[in-house]
Ligand binder design. Structure first.
Ligand code: ADP
Length: 270
């Protein structure tokens, strides 16, 4: 289970890159009464900035727990977790919340759009929430909004409420909502789980494009092997451990017209 995150490097330069995520022997045990459920057992890995990583594994293998930790929604019971230079395992709840708002974008299976707001309102509110408690309020980034809505093909749909949009459109709005704050890390939990094949493909392509064009690091939980294949790396989980790391096929690699991610680099062995 030993890992050496500092040994990671980029394919292009062969110089050591500083991983944006460093998990060192992180464990999470849930306690309910006298019962202890070890959901994660000494998981170690590192992810380089800009990587696209898929996390797969059967139900109960610890994928969601790993996401809660990476997203700062809870803290590990053992080990250390460094996200973009901050040790999440040592922060108070308030400090973790602040960093989560500043650094992490979430995309959910059920989209989680607010039903009473338009698509635009849903994107704007993400910016407002990210500014909560910030020392200096950042201006809403209109240029980024235009770029995202063009990329995601939703510019004509911004006045519509979620119930007037297809599932695929709702998920694309949810992606814009996650990206408008320029998070350094995007966590997508089964983003295609509620979509048909056509919409699934479109959403996956857009996740890959936004990962490459906006340069953020993307981690995606999925049950779908075709979805996992778009990633540069695939982490296989079982019984709270990473049991295998596989290089993804980069299914949309050339279709986007941008260079392939640095497949084969970035995550050290577990
Ligand atoms: P996955 O996302 O791969 O389905 P989870 O991370 O949800 O896996 O669950 C891993 C293990 O932790 C499972 O055995 C699950 O029952 C247990 N678990 C998850 N959340 C809790 C919780 N809040 N309290 C107690 N046990 C939990």
């Amino acid at each position: 289970m030993a890992t050496n995150p500092s040994s990671t490097s980029t394919a292009a330069s062969n110089t050591p890159a500083t991983p944006i995520i460093i998990a060192e022997k992180i464990g999470k045990t849930y306690r309910t009464g006298k019962l202890e459920v070890p959901a994660l057992r000494e998981v170690s890995f590192a992810v380089n900035p800009g990587e696209f990583v898929a996390i797969v594994g059967p139900s109960g293998s610890g994928k969601s727990t790993l996401f809660y930790l990476l997203g700062g929604l809870t803290s590990p019971t053992s080990g250390s977790l460094t996200i973009d230079g901050a040790d999440f395992s040592r922060l108070s709840d308030l400090e973790r919340t602040r960093l989560r708002r500043a650094k992490i974008g979430f995309i959910f299976q059920r989209f989680n759009l607010l039903p009473t707001l338009s698509a635009m309102g849903n994107i704007e509110i993400a910016h407002d929430i990210a500014n909560l408690g910030a020392k200096e309020r950042s201006a809403f980034d209109r240029d980024l909004l235009t770029k995202l809505t063009d990329l995601l093909n939703i510019s004509e749909r911004l006045d519509h409420r979620p119930n007037e949009l297809s599932g695929g459109e709702q998920q694309r709005v949810a992606i814009a909502r996650a990206l408008i704050t320029r998070p350094s890390i995007v966590l997508a939990d089964e983003p295609t789980g509620n979509l048909d094949t056509k919409n699934s493909d479109a959403v996956l392509k857009m996740l890959v494009r936004s990962n490459r064009e906006l340069g953020q690091t993307t981690l995606m939980i999925t049950h779908n092997p075709e979805a996992a294949a778009i990633a540069g790396r695939i982490l296989h989980m079982r019984d709270g451990e990473i049991v295998r790391i596989e290089t993804g096929a980069g299914r949309f690699g050339s279709a986007t017209g941008v260079p392939q991610a640095t497949a084969g680099e970035g995550i050290s062995a577990v």
